[in-house]
Design a binder for this molecule. Structure first.
Ligand code: PMP
Length: 353
């Protein structure tokens, strides 16, 4: 059949998400979701919005942005909301990079960045992480384009300190530095307090992980007022009503009941550290993660084989092919019970090898 797709889009790479299976008994340790359900206040907020779905949502997301600004200690005009943080990332690529303004990013990182860059024909410069997967801030001095990295990084879980990020901002005053803080609530150090000092800083956050809201799609950006106004200009041209009523109301409820979510984050961090210990005991190499996942290299079995054998038991974890990542698995942290099942399955599989 004839394809009408423009030539430039024909070679767009495909994003490969983790296997989606919500059947009973399946352990979903492959998409970095929260194992904890939304708070009661979120369920009530969603229910309240349902009878009002005939009305458009507030395109400015004013109440939501006010709630986020109170939670983060910034002003309303420092915040822009988006349909998942993926949308905020995409808008930032569109607004601040382009065919003549490349993006500098780590060689091992969140793979959706590749797609946005391909879509907007933005050249990518991949800067290799060190051998131990840490990011070397000096490699980003005077980069000559927009800089993008998650902090903590994905899938490694390794994080830079605020001072290290400040060094990168200092060394790149002419370009936007996008710090993707999707996983910051699991032990990272946020750089939000730097937005007034560095007008080139854009912090991107999501409610999908620590906010237990992956299925409703809500993310946000924080930056100085000019940066946010510029981003809003692009957003309003692309997707004015992008953040639906239920997502806006849920975001307000999450901000106002943050303690519930903070407690869940603490639980996830404790479970993560216990799981890391159990894996080390089995001979795995485990990076010190500050995310809601572990990046671990099994011993005595290849990562791909272990992933396959776990999948046969309905336990899904993530494996990334590629020369530097193929020996490793990314394992999302579920509840303590989930992780006990996972660890027992690993012991069983390794014992049988
Ligand atoms: N950034 C990173 C580093 C991620 O891992 C993810 C989720 N896979 C996202 C952003 C996107 O999250 P969401 O669109 O659900 O907010």
């Amino acid at each position: 059949m004839k394809s009408y797709l423009r030539e430039q889009h024909r070679s767009l790479p495909a994003y490969v998400p983790g296997t989606h299976d919500e059947s009973d008994g399946v352990l979903r340790l492959n998409t970095n979701e929260s194992p904890y359900r939304p708070s009661v206040e979120v369920l009530e907020a969603v229910a309240r919005e349902i009878p009002r779905l005939n009305y458009y949502n507030d395109p400015d997301c004013t109440e939501l942005r006010a709630a986020i600004s109170r939670k983060e200690g910034v002003e309303l005009d420092n915040v822009l909301a988006g349909n998942g943080s993926d949308q905020v990332l995409q808008l930032a690529f569109l607004a601040f990079a382009g065919p003549d303004c490349p993006i500098y990013l780590p060689d091992i990182t969140y793979s959706y960045y590749d797609l946005f860059a391909a879509l907007y024909q933005i050249p990518l410069h991949r800067i290799p992480l060190r051998e131990d997967f840490t990011l070397c801030p000096a490699d980003y001095s005077n980069a000559g384009g927009m800089i993008v990295f998650p902090n903590p990084n994905a899938p490694t879980g390794l994080a830079l300190t605020r001072a290290e990020v400040a060094g990168i901002l200092e060394a790149n005053p002419d370009h936007v530095v996008l710090v993707d803080e999707a996983y910051v609530d699991f032990g990272g150090e946020t750089v939000v307090p730097l937005i007034e000092t560095y007008p080139n800083l854009l912090v991107v956050r999501t409610f999908s992980k620590s906010g237990s809201l992956a299925g409703l799609r809500l993310g946000y950006g924080i930056g100085c007022k000019q940066l946010i106004a510029d981003l809003a200009k692009v957003r309003n041209a692309v997707d004015l009503y992008g953040v639906n009523r239920m997502a806006q109301a849920s975001g307000v409820a999450i901000c106002e009941n943050w303690k519930y979510y903070e407690d869940n984050c603490r639980r996830i961090m404790d479970t993560r550290d216990l799981t890391a210990y159990a894996l080390c005991e089995m001979g795995f190499t485990v990076l010190p993660s500050r995310g809601n996942f572990l990046f671990a290299r099994p011993a005595g079995i290849s990562a791909a084989d272990l992933q396959g054998k776990l999948a046969e038991r309905d336990i899904f974890v993530r494996h990334f092919s590629g020369p530097r990542t193929e020996d490793w698995l990314r394992i999302t942290i579920g509840t303590a019970e989930d992780m006990a099942i996972f660890v027992d399955a690993c012991k069983d599989i390794l014992g049988a090898e």
